[in-house]
Design a protein around this ligand. Structure first.
Ligand code: MTE
Ligand code: HPA
Ligand code: MOS
Length: 750
């Protein structure tokens, strides 16, 4: 089935937040934010701004009726800074005006006096000063201390990854309208409607029942709207509450880039020990997560870094420690992979380091150490249905690893001003929110009396195709034409207490809740049909909108049955609930079974480096991916391609740049470059691993949202190989992104 949104998207008819018709009397909000990364506010003079014609008011913490607090995991983040500012771009006030233009003009007239304080931007410096968001955590398996003496080879080093701007096409924003009795309705571009609802209720000092949050779709989220869509929605709601007028707050690109957090940069130290036979015996790693100025989702992100610190390898002795370091950057947040990619990069760097020192290829080491069924992860879960060995041999059979190796070395021996490099990048990504209670969802299904169906779930459509998958499930369960099913907006009054659309688990969780609702409806409908035919409910089936009795077609259609059931006063509405079974995690012991299942895969990346200019082009990326049994291959392949390119961007050209005082220098699209049609690989080939799929995946179709981003890690190591082919003396550094400048330096380093 085609993505149900494709027509709307290409004809420009799909509705986003900014397409909602403006209600008369709407006020537009622009945020006044901190010009410095750390300081004490001495005074603010709003008088000139307030005097501007068209300005309605300026809201600060003083107007907040409830708590000036938006921290989701820890209450450590003010909506509006009161006394101190902790990052450049931190909101201080909301300017409300008749037009956005006037509000922007007013912003220039606000006079603020701040005594600057020393800003910390480096996570290692924060750790030295004991500036931690929360205490460090350690995952361990076996005993590394005693394992070192058995290692034939030990290598130590540092591996760093920079942050990444989400660059969703649709900026952050929300539109709030006051309703009767002090209730408020908010349209929000958020991955977490319930988080928005809960936080508005807290800041306004009222019950969640008074706040309705509605989401039609997002023009991309990528994690950037899991938590950080909330402040703007709270501001809009605060404006609607105080002024009793509709308030719209939509960030402009540079404001969005400056004010919001990004993927966490990490700086890490590793030590890896190998046995004579090249098996990894021990691995120690210390992660320094650059959390920014408040917790946001950093604790959960850091946890996933630890979960994925050994990626797709079995290591019998592991000690992984992570520090969440408090710096004066905007609070960093969820971004596709959620800390996993940062953890994986370090062990990949350690393996490449070891391989280079030993004079072997990294993929030999990788292959030797692939996770097998029955292996224990450092967090206690036992690996099951691991597809990695099969994936590796599929890659050899379908994409000829040896051939690629030969092609690259032949090319390199014949060319002096161009060099090719290649890499293999296996992945193992755990599916489930690592916080077990979040793994639940609900769905509300109405069968209307004409036989058409309305479906609401907690899933937010943000381009990943979840609505298409939900529609497929409902149409399939009832065996009715997809055109009979409508996917409703995501709304907190229809589906309450939702987990955010995140962790790649949305289709699994909401799809299974939807199935449960459909099962319950089918049970009632089968009874109604059985009563009519004088048969047993178990004899009734539905096929192509026709009722089947004991395997034989009847003359009763789906529509007739619904009509009959309604007249019999059968309830045609159902609420389904789903909670993932089996999973658990004990944070005291740092052990458990946190993931419903893992997604596996392998990418073979080939790159050509121009050794005169330092530029590079990706010739191809060939992927063997574990889809389970994909329920919608075109949608899933779209996710693989998008995730891959986003991962390559992070590893290569996307260069997030804060200066020493914590000021964002890469603050617009002219200074922050993301992949475009010219920089994507010339060829992307995707092969599906033949498997049975996982029972806990929706229709055995495994989650696909985040895992492919980690194929992009291979880009870094492929480039590094090409650089070393040109200049064997190039220092081996692991410091992503591998920008063209860094390539040029590496090529001519002596
Ligand atoms: N794909 C598109 N087009 N837009 C997005 O914002 N977000 C990614 C991924 N794919 C995203 C996307 C992220 S971070 C996640 S967690 C998953 O989609 C969430 O959706 P899912 O759970 O339905 O896979
Ligand atoms: N993944 C993504 N988002 C999350 C998670 C997770 O494990 N936990 C909380 N938010
Ligand atoms: Mo995705 S980072 O879990 O929103």
């Amino acid at each position: 089935m085609k993505n149900i949104d494709s027509k709307g998207h290409v004809t420009g008819k799909s509705i986003y937040l900014d397409d909602i018709p403006t209600i008369q009397g709407t006020l537009f909000g622009v945020i006044f934010d901190s010009p410095v990364a750390h300081g004490h506010i001495e005074s603010i003079d709003y008088s000139k701004a307030l005097a501007l014609p068209g300005i309605q008011t300026i809201l600060t913490s003083k107007e907040i009726p409830g708590e000036n607090q938006i921290g989701g995991i820890f209450p450590d983040e003010e909506l509006f800074a009161e006394e101190d500012v902790h990052f450049q771009g931190q909101p201080i006030a909301l300017i409300l005006a008749e037009s956005e233009h006037i509000a922007f003009q007013a912003r220039k007239l606000i006079e603020i006096k701040i005594t600057e304080k020393e800003a910390i931007v480096d996570p290692r410096e924060a750790r030295k000063k004991n500036q931690l968001i929360f205490p460090p955590r350690t995952f361990s398996l076996g005993n590394t201390d005693s394992a070192w003496s058995q290692c034939a080879h030990i290598f130590e080093g540092q591996a760093d990854t920079n942050g990444q701007e989400h660059l969703y096409i649709e900026m952050q924003g929300a539109y709030a309208s006051p309703l009767e009795n002090g209730n408020i309705r908010v349209s929000s571009s958020t991955q977490g409607p319930t988080a928005v609802q809960r936080t508005i209720a807290k800041v306004l000092g009222m019950g969640m029942h008074k706040i309705e949050v509605d989401v039609v779709r997002l023009g991309g989220g990528f994690g950037g709207k899991e938590d950080q869509a909330t402040p703007w929605a709270v501001m809009a709601a605060l404006g609607a509450h105080v002024l009793k007028k509709p308030v719209k707050v939509v960030l402009h690109r540079m404001d969005d880039m400056r004010m919001t957090g990004k993927r966490h940069p990490y700086s890490s130290d590793y030590k890896i020990g190998l046995h004579e036979d090249l098996k990894i015996l021990a691995y120690e790693v210390i992660f320094h997560q650059n959390a920014g100025a408040a917790a946001d989702l950093s604790p959960a992100v850091m946890e996933r870094t630890l979960f994925h610190s050994t990626n797709s390898y079995f290591v019998p002795n592991v000690k992984a420690t992570a520090y969440s370091c408090k710096t004066n950057l905007p609070p960093n947040t969820a971004f596709r992979g959620f800390g996993g990619p940062q953890g994986m990069f370090v062990i990949e760097a350690a393996l490449v380091h070891a391989a280079n020192e030993l004079g072997i290829s990294a993929h030999e080491l990788q292959k030797k150490n692939l996770l097998q069924d029955g292996d224990e992860f450092p967090y206690g879960q036992i690996a099951a249905d691991v597809g990695l060995t099969q994936i590796w041999s599929d890659m050899e059979a379908k994409f000829d690893i040896k051939g690629a190796e030969k092609r690259v070395s032949d090319f390199n021996s014949k060319n002096s001003d161009k060099k090719k490099g290649f890499s293999l990048q296996p992945i193992a990504f755990g599916i489930s929110f690592t916080k077990t209670p979040m793994n639940q969802a609900r769905a509300l299904v109405h069968i209307y009396s004409d036989g058409s169906v309305g479906v609401s779930t907690g899933a937010v459509e943000m381009g990943q195709g979840v609505n298409t998958k939900m529609l497929q499930i409902a149409a399939d369960m009832f065996s009715i034409d997809p055109s009979k099913v409508r996917l409703e907006s995501t709304n907190t009054t229809r589906v309450a207490n939702t987990s955010p659309t995140a962790a790649s688990a949305t289709a699994d969780l909401n799809g299974k809740a939807l199935q449960n609702a459909c099962y319950a409806l089918l049970t009632r409908l089968k009874k109604s049909a059985a009563d009519h035919f004088g048969s047993a409910a178990s004899d009734i089936q539905f096929k192509d909108e026709q009722v089947i009795n004991s395997g034989k077609a009847t003359d009763m259609t789906w529509n007739q049955l619904i009509d009959q059931a309604f007249l019999e006063r059968v309830c045609l509405t159902e609420n389904g609930h789903y909670a993932t079974p089996i999973i658990n995690f004990d944070k005291e012991k740092e052990k458990g079974h946190p993931f419903a299942y893992h997604v596996y895969g392998l990418a073979l990346t080939e790159v050509t480096v121009d050794c005169i200019r330092g530029t590079y082009e990706f010739d191809s990326v060939k992927i063997v991916h574990d889809f389970g049994e994909s329920m919608n291959l075109p949608v899933d392949i779209g996710q693989i391609e998008g995730g891959l390119v986003q991962g390559i961007g992070w590893m290569t050209m996307e260069e997030l740049d804060y200066d020493k005082k914590g000021k964002l220098r890469s603050n617009s699209l002219s200074t922050y470059k993301i992949p475009d049609i010219y920089s994507v690989p010339k060829e992307v080939l995707i092969e599906a691993l033949e498997t049975e799929g996982a029972e806990q995946a929706i229709l055995k179709s495994k989650a696909v949202g985040e895992p492919p981003l980690m194929y992009g890690l291979g880009a870094y190591f492929a480039i590094q190989n090409a650089v070393r082919a040109f200049n064997p003396d190039a220092q081996q550094t692991f410091d992503a992104p591998f920008t063209h400048e860094k390539v040029l330096m590496g090529l001519y380093q002596i």
